[in-house]
Structures are given as structure tokens and as C-alpha cells.
Design a protein around this ligand. Structure first.
Ligand code: BES
Ligand code: MN
Ligand code: ZN
Length: 515
């Protein structure tokens, strides 16, 4: 099942300038000079006898923020929230944060529905369609609250200044536009559906990540993914078990799951909405359902965070669901490389040598560098689809947390056009990515006396690039980019998956940037 939060997001286009009769639990008005001089604002302000304008002017004052107004005679909306709008020069991430926050406020106020007036001010270079898509995506993802493993009777509580909602109350979001022609309205609806669908993909990825490792083993994930084909006929799912992986000679992949009682699964999702002869774009995700480090065991503090080590696979799943929901006219293959990395008497030991599907042998010097081992075979396998481009996504290195922090995913590629387009989509969606070099100099450190490659190298230097250099040896036959999402895919405080980089990848694919 995909993870849906809202029932619906719709556009309500107002032609007569009347919004005082909009029936909603919460009407959000972004306050800027354009909105307060609009017909709609003037109409509703008149009903309030000038109170809304007075409050809006206060909200516009520097230092002042939001004004919440409850019930005004003659205005149908139960509550009105005046939010100081952003301006054209404000960074995209501020716009995303604002609309995620609005959805969170609505949940904390127990609202079932929320109506947002289009403020008609957009970031430089962006238009109304971008805005509608962004608000839809951000309200769907902002409304998400993880509750699957919580007691259903848990209540909303105030912790310090923060209100923590335990359950989602919000069901419907309405975006109010003004005086659109029917052609404009049609386009607006497409943007809203797109944003909503991508938002669902983001939440699907977050939810899979947030599920504790005992609730999301490779076998459970396989079941979840297979179930989506009931919802979306456009998706075809097949999955490879331990025996299948052995038959394909994926010795590298199998070395990771060897110490675990949970068998691995490589899940392949096909979506063919494009032309028959069009080569597919391939997405490959690291799906380590829990990473203890194996025999090279990790220290205890913060080890719970390694349940998010399958966020690459979660992103693949989220993107595939969004594409199917939108009925995108593209061909895409998604691979989720799922396995659990555990120490045990059967586990791989440092120094063990395994043979990968590509034929290259690998000395496993550190069993905690396991992501690259499952990806190596998944990258070889995906070559059989003759993909036009391959993008892998992986929570691969702690080093990327140090290099870029959580604001950007790391990108490394054997094809500059692909890297450029990934960065461009990151800018477009506010789901940013930044490139690190992958020069040949970095590729030599995988040498060892005992195998063709070692799975670590470079010591404390450039850990993120050295991991990518290892992967590049399995991605020589096609145009490929690797995204290290170890810092961007989840947050440690507050703890939770972010659903990144689902919006970046959806933008890249939906806007046909790879043509
Ligand atoms: N899943 C981790 C990467 C990770 C670490 C993500 C910390 C987020 C926070 C990965 O499997 C790993 O353990 N990488 C090692 C590689 C090292 C052994 C070369 C790392 O980064 O320490
Ligand atoms: Mn590891
Ligand atoms: Zn890992």
C-alpha cells in the first residue's frame, strides 16, 4: 500500500470575488500587498468591518508573524489564519517550510479541512503553476504524522512550546485561485494533482523509513510493494529471493544478508507508461532494513537510526507510486535492494573475499561498508534493461553528513549532463543536491592484494567519493549517477524520514529533463 495522508487536494476558482462563503475549518490568507488589495480580500474584509485589514497590517509589520482569528459574523470559515507572505527573493526552502508548517498547524488545531488563498506572489522565476504544485506537495507531506506503531488513543499534547499531534486530522485541502480561464484552470488542476501525487510519494518513502526494522524486514517490504499493484495497475512487481540471487551469482549482495535470519529480497518495479521502444530510466535504491555494521559492528549510541538505511529503496518505491498515480508517459525501472546487515556465526568476516555478479572479486575489509556491496550487484543486474540513465540512491556514508550536512544530497556521476540535471531538479523543487568529483585519481584506492577490489579504501579521506568510486566499477556500461542521501533522507531531530529525494527525482523524470 502506498501511504496516503490527505483524501484530496482540490482547486476552487473564484470568479465573483466572494470568499466569505467558503466553508472550511481554517482559511489561510497569505498577507502581502497584492492580497490585501485583491477583490477577494476586500470582500471578506468588508464582512469583518475592516478587522481583517487591520489585523493583516499588523501581521505585515516587521517582527509580527501570524494572526489567528476565530469566527467572525458573516464569514463562513470557522477560523482564519493570516500568515505574513514571503516575497519573490525568498529562498525556495522557506516556501516549502511555510506550507508544511500550515498543514501541521491545521493538524494541531484538529481541522478536517483547510483552504489556502493563492497569495499571487511567487519566488523569482517561478509561476502560479509551480506554486500550486509546491503547495499541494508541501501540505500533503507536511500533514504526515507517523502513528502506525503508536497506541491509537494517543492524544495531541503540548511539549514546551511545541504542539505534538499524534494523529492526522486533516483530510482535505482546497487551493483558492481567482479568475482563471478554463484553460488555466485545467492546467492548475494538473499541477495540483502532480504536487499531491509527489507528496504521497514523499510520504510513502517517509513511512517506509519510519517503520521500525522489525516492522519492515525485506519480506515485509516485498509484501507492501506487491500490494501496490492492486492499487496501480501500471506497476509490475517481481522479486528475487535468496535462491534467485544465488542463481544470478550475486555473491556481493548475499554477503550482506548472510549473518541475518531475515532473508534478502531484491524487488524490481516496472512502470511502462512511455513509448514501447523507449529505453527506461533506472532507479536503484539501497534497502538495508537495518544496519548493525555486521561483524564490524557499530557503536550503540544512535544505532536505532540505522532503520532508515533503506531510504534509498524507499525513495525508489515512492517515486514509482507517484509516476503510476500521475500516469506519467515514461518508462522507468525501480530496484529496491533489500537486506538486513547483522553479525552472527554465519556472518561475513573482515577479509572474506566474495565474487560479484560482474565477475569482479571483492575483499570485504569492513562489513559496515555493506551498502556498496548490495548496490554493486544491483547495478550489474539493472544493465540487462539497457537503461538510458541509471541513478542510484543510498544512505551510503557518514562522510557525506560531514561534507554537505543535511541540506543537500551528494551527487557523483560518470556523465556530467546527468549530474547537471539532477542538480537543476534539486533547485526547482527545493530538494537540493550538490556534486562531488569522481576523478580517476580516486578510483585507485580500492586496490588490494587479495581480490580485484576492496570494499573500503582511502582511510579518513573523502569517504563519500571513495564509496562512489567503488560503485563506478559496476556502472561502466551506462550513464550513471550516484546520490549519497545519508544526511538528507532522514532527520535526527526531530527524528523522522524526510522523503527526500522523491521530489527531485519526480521533477527530473516528469519534466523530461533527461531527453
Ligand atoms: N549506513 C551507513 C552510513 C551512515 C552512517 C548513514 C551514519 C548515516 C549516518 C553505511 O552503511 C556505513 O556504515 N558506512 C560507513 C562506511 C565506512 C565503513 C567506510 C561509514 O560511513 O562509516
Ligand atoms: Mn554500514
Ligand atoms: Zn548502511
Amino acid at each position: 500500500m502506498t501511504y496516503k495522508v490527505l483524501n484530496n487536494i482540490t482547486v476552487k476558482n473564484i470568479n465573483n470575488g466572494v470568499i466569505s462563503n467558503v466553508s472550511t475549518d481554517l482559511l489561510v490568507i497569505p498577507v502581502n500587498n497584492k492580497t490585501i488589495s485583491s477583490d477577494e480580500f476586500k470582500e471578506i474584509d468588508k464582512k469583518s468591518n475592516g478587522y481583517l485589514l487591520k489585523s493583516s497590517k499588523e501581521a505585515l509589520n516587521p517582527g509580527n508573524q501570524n494572526h489567528l482569528i476565530t469566527s467572525i459574523n458573516g464569514i463562513t470559515a470557522k477560523k482564519i489564519l493570516l500568515v505574513k507572505d514571503l516575497n519573490e527573493k525568498d529562498d525556495i526552502y522557506l516556501w516549502l517550510n511555510k506550507y508544511k508548517y500550515i498543514a501541521k498547524i491545521a493538524n494541531s488545531m484538529n481541522c478536517k479541512n483547510l483552504s489556502i488563498l493563492d497569495g499571487q506572489v511567487y519566488p523569482n522565476g517561478k509561476n502560479q503553476l509551480w506554486f500550486l504544485e509546491m503547495v499541494s506537495r508541501s501540505t500533503e507531506s507536511g500533514a504526515y504524522i507517523f502513528s502506525t506503531t503508536k497506541n491509537k488513543t494517543a492524544k495531541t499534547e503540548k511539549v514546551g512550546k511545541e504542539i505534538i499531534s499524534s494523529n492526522v486530522s486533516l483530510k482535505n485541502v482546497t487551493l483558492i485561485t481567482s479568475k482563471l480561464t478554463s484553460a488555466q484552470l485545467k492546467k492548475a488542476k494538473i499541477s495540483v494533482l502532480r504536487g499531491f501525487s509527489v507528496g504521497e510519494g514523499i510520504n510513502t518513502a517517509k513511512h517506509l523509513g519510519d517503520l521500525p526494522a522489525n516492522h519492515a524486514t525485506p519480506k515485509i517490504i516485498e509484501k507492501i510493494v506487491k500490494n501496490t499493484t492492486k492499487e496501480y495497475q501500471g506497476l509490475k512487481v517481481k522479486s528475487l529471493n535468496e535462491k534467485d540471487l544465488a542463481r544470478l551469482k550475486m555473491g556481493s549482495y548475499l554477503s550482506v544478508s548472510k549473518g541475518s535470519d531475515e532473508p534478502p529480497r531484491m524487488i524490481i518495479i516496472e512502470y511502462n507508461g512511455g513509448k514501447k521502444n523507449e529505453k527506461p530510466i533506472a532507479l536503484v535504491g539501497k534497502g538495508i532494513t537495518f544496519d548493525t555494521g555486521g561483524i564490524s559492528i557499530k557503536p550503540s549510541p544512535g544505532m536505532d537510526e540505522m532503520k532508515w538505511d533503506m531510504c534509498g529503496a524507499g525513495t525508489v518505491f515512492g517515486v514509482m507510486c507517484s509516476l503510476a498515480r500521475i500516469k506519467a508517459d515514461v518508462n522507468v525501472i525501480g530496484i529496491m535492494a533489500c537486506a538486513e546487515n547483522m553479525p552472527s556465526a554465519r556472518a561475513t568476516k573482515p577479509g572474506d573475499v566474495v565474487t560479484s555478479m560482474s565477475g569482479q572479486t571483492i575483499e570485504i575489509l569492513n562489513t559496515d561498508a555493506e551498502g556498496r556491496l548490495v548496490l554493486a550487484d544491483a547495478l550489474t543486474y539493472v544493465g540487462k534493461y539497457k537503461p538510458s540513465y541509471v541513478i542510484d540512491m543510498a544512505t551510503l556514508t557518514g562522510a557525506v553528513v560531514v561534507a554537505l550536512g543535511s541540506h543537500a544530497s551528494g551527487v557523483m556521476a560518470n556523465n556530467q549532463f546527468l549530474a547537471d540535471k539532477i542538480i537543476e531538479s534539486g533547485e526547482e523543487t527545493g530538494d537540493r543536491a550538490w556534486q562531488l568529483p569522481l576523478w580517476n585519481e580516486y578510483k585507485s584506492c580500492t586496490r588490494t592484494n587479495f581480490a580485484d577490489l576492496a570494499n573500503i579504501g582511502g582511510g579518513r579521506e573523502a569517504g563519500t567519493i571513495h564509496a562512489a568510486a567503488f560503485l563506478s566499477k559496476f556502472a561502466e556500461d551506462y550513464k550513471w549517477a550516484h546520490m549519497d542521501i545519508a544526511a538528507s533522507a532522514w532527520s535526527s531531530s526531530p527524528k523522522g524520514g524526510t522523503g527526500r529525494p522523491v521530489s527531485l527525482i519526480c521533477d527530473l523524470i516528469l519534466n523530461k529533463k533527461l531527453k
